[in-house]
Structure formats: C-alpha cells, structure tokens
Design a protein around this ligand. Structure first.
Ligand code: F6P
Length: 354
C-alpha cells in the first residue's frame, strides 16, 4: 500500500498546449488509485500563497482539447529563496499533501528538487513548447507549437508568392533551435538560423538572388529567438539590401503557445500524467518523466538538469561532482547524440529546401 493519500498538481513556467491533458490524466489516474488530488493555482506561487482547490473527476472534464492551463501558471522568484521553499513545504504539511506532480520546464524541475530535498516527494512532467529538456525526446506542447508555426508560415507563403517577397520569421524556443529547425524543414523554408550552428548569411543572400533570377517568387527564412531579438529584423533588412528582394519580418512570439493541442501532445500528456502518478505511488521522487525512443520512462531530475546544462554548455564548476566517470561519459554521449540528430536535420534542410 502506498503512503501517498493526497497529491497536488501544478503547472509552472511558460504554458504549453497539452498541459491540461496532463492535469486531467494526473487527476483521473490518482483518483482511480483512491488518491485525493488538489490543484495548485499559478504554479509554485499558489503553493506559497495556499491558492489551492480540490480536483474531482468532473473538474477535469472537457479540457483534454484545450490550450493554456486551467491551473494557470507563473514564474515564481520566491521559490529561489529559502523562505519561499519553506512556505511551500508548510502548505503541503498543513493541507496533508503527500506528493506533487509538477508540469513545466527546467525552472519547474529545480523547484521540484528543492521540495523533494525538504521532504515533499515530487515528480516532474516536461511541459514546454521549447523541447529543451535534454533527457526527453519530446516535451508536451512542442508538437502543437510546431504545427501552429507551419500553419502560419503556409499563410505567409501565400502572400509572399503573390507579391514576390521574402518573409523572415522569428519563432520562440528560448535557447533551443528545435522549433525553428523542424518547422523550417516542414514548411520548405529557404533557410533556418538557430543558436546551435553557425549560419552563413552571405550564402543565403546568394541563394535568394540566384533563385530569384531563376524565377522563384517566395522565400521564407526561419530564425530562432535564441539568436537575440535584433537578429531577425536586422537580417530581413540585409536580405532586402543585398538581394533586392522585398523582405518583411514577422515575430510569431506567444501566438504559438496557445491553441488546441495536437493528437501527439494529448497522447504524450496523458501517458506522462498517468505514469507520473504511478511513480509517485510507487514511492519514487525527484524524477522527471521522459519519452525516449517512443517509450515513457523516468529519470532522475538532478541528472536531467545537469544533462541540460552540459548540452547547453552551461555547466558550473562542481556540477558533475556527484557523478561517476562512467555516468559523465554517458551524459556526454547523450549530448553528442542529440546534437548529431539536429545536425542531420540541419543538413537535410539545407539540401532539400532551396
Ligand atoms: O519557455 C517557453 C517560452 O515561450 C520560450 O519559448 C520563450 O523564450 C519564453 O517562454 C517567453 O516567456 P514569457 O512568456 O515569460 O514571455
């Protein structure tokens, strides 16, 4: 028999389509196991402020198809302070919350580790459009965001074709180029610039100028926001000056974070939500639920956070002290594999999309 009788669920950080489907799966899986569930509003802020409500089976009806998060979300600076963490713990003690399922990105997982260390077991579910959680192949919301991007780019292409224009499009993703790269391939973009690889602007100007001479009317160039807010608008003016092709700039920004989740995100969210509850009830904590090679698995959150930092080149001194040489080698191999997979996509993009 599990010691867990009551759990809390929260969404934190940037919202992502599919978070509601994950909440629904957590609530219903827990109740199916005789466990009570409360919803914590506005992420960790609601845990600190005791903004909490019970969630019954019907409270999560009709949300599997909805974007955003019914629990709302927040980025909570108080969770970075000891006082904030203690207030969050106090709420759990007072309300008899035995464990938490937290849905979000790396900031959310850092909070989960802190709470687990202080005695409240937490399980993380990766919910972010950015797909920047290195321990999972896919995060909840990523597929929907990409589908929204290609739908919008398809519309831009129509008008670019009519007017013989180029459109430079900046998409979200924080420091990760996953959204930009994959949507560039899927929308037939002329080029894509992402933080992970060097981008040859001169080659792009030449490509556009040559293709224009050969009769190509529309050009789409995808840019990841990780290159900085000024990069894409500046590139748009350079393209116009260097090639003579009229060039517009569009920033999709938060629009790709909304909307109904795709089938893939609903499914992923449901599988991860259900798995997260199973893990909590089995006595596991400080883990993140991941999808690897099509399978739902779990991994240690601390390992996942360090792997992220390694992948992003942001390791601090001492970050790897707790790992064995063999584990570090495995982590390095995972980072190389992930980067190589992106490299392959990048090369295909450059070969296929002219
Ligand atoms: O992490 C999701 C994300 O949408 C990033 O792609 C983006 O950089 C950031 O959040 C924007 O944050 P905010 O919603 O606080 O403007």
């Amino acid at each position: 028999m599990s010691k867990i009788k009551k759990i809390g669920v929260l969404t934190s950080g940037g919202d992502a389509p599919g978070m509601n489907a994950a909440i629904r799966a957590v609530v219903r899986s827990a109740i199916a196991n005789g466990v009570e569930v409360v919803g914590i509003m506005r992420g960790y802020s609601g845990l600190i402020d005791k903004d909490i409500k019970p969630l019954a089976i019907r409270d999560v009806s009709n949300i599997i198809n909805k974007g955003g998060t019914i629990l709302y979300t927040d980025r909570c600076p108080e969770m970075l302070t000891e006082e904030g963490k203690q207030m969050a713990i106090a709420t759990c003690r007072e309300l008899g919350i035995d464990g938490l399922v937290v849905i979000g990105g790396d900031g959310t997982f850092r909070g989960a580790t802190e709470l687990t260390l202080r005695g409240v077991p937490c399980v993380g579910i990766p919910g972010t459009i950015d797909n920047d959680v290195s321990s999972t192949d896919n995060t909840i919301g990523y597929d929907t965001a990409m589908n929204t991007v290609i739908e919008l780019v398809d519309k831009l292409r129509d008008t670019c074709e009519s007017h013989a224009r180029c459109n430079v499009v900046e998409v979200m993703g924080r420091d990760a180029g996953d959204i930009a790269l994959n949507t560039a391939i899927a929308s037939g973009a002329t080029a894509v610039a992402i933080p992970e690889f060097d981008f040859d602007e001169e080659l792009l100007f030449e490509k556009i100028a040559t293709s224009r001479k050969l009769g190509k009317r529309n050009f789409i160039v995808l840019i990841s926001e990780g290159l900085g807010a000024d990069y894409a608008p500046a590139l748009a003016s350079k393209i116009q000056t260097k090639t003579g092709v009229e060039t517009k700039f569009a920033r999709f920004a938060h629009i790709v974070r909304g909307g109904n989740p795709t089938l893939k995100d609903r499914l992923l969210a449901t599988l991860m939500g259900s798995y997260a509850v199973d893990m909590l009830l089995a006595g596991k904590s400080n883990i993140v639920i991941c999808e690897r090679d099509g399978k739902i698995v779990d991994g240690d959150i601390t390992h996942a956070l360090k792997l992220d930092r390694m992948y992003k080149g942001k390791l601090a001194p001492g970050d790897l002290d707790e790992f064995t040489a063999e584990q570090i080698d495995e982590m390095k191999a995972e980072c190389i594999e992930r980067r190589n997979a992106m490299k392959t996509l990048y090369e295909i993009q450059n070969k296929v999309n002219l």
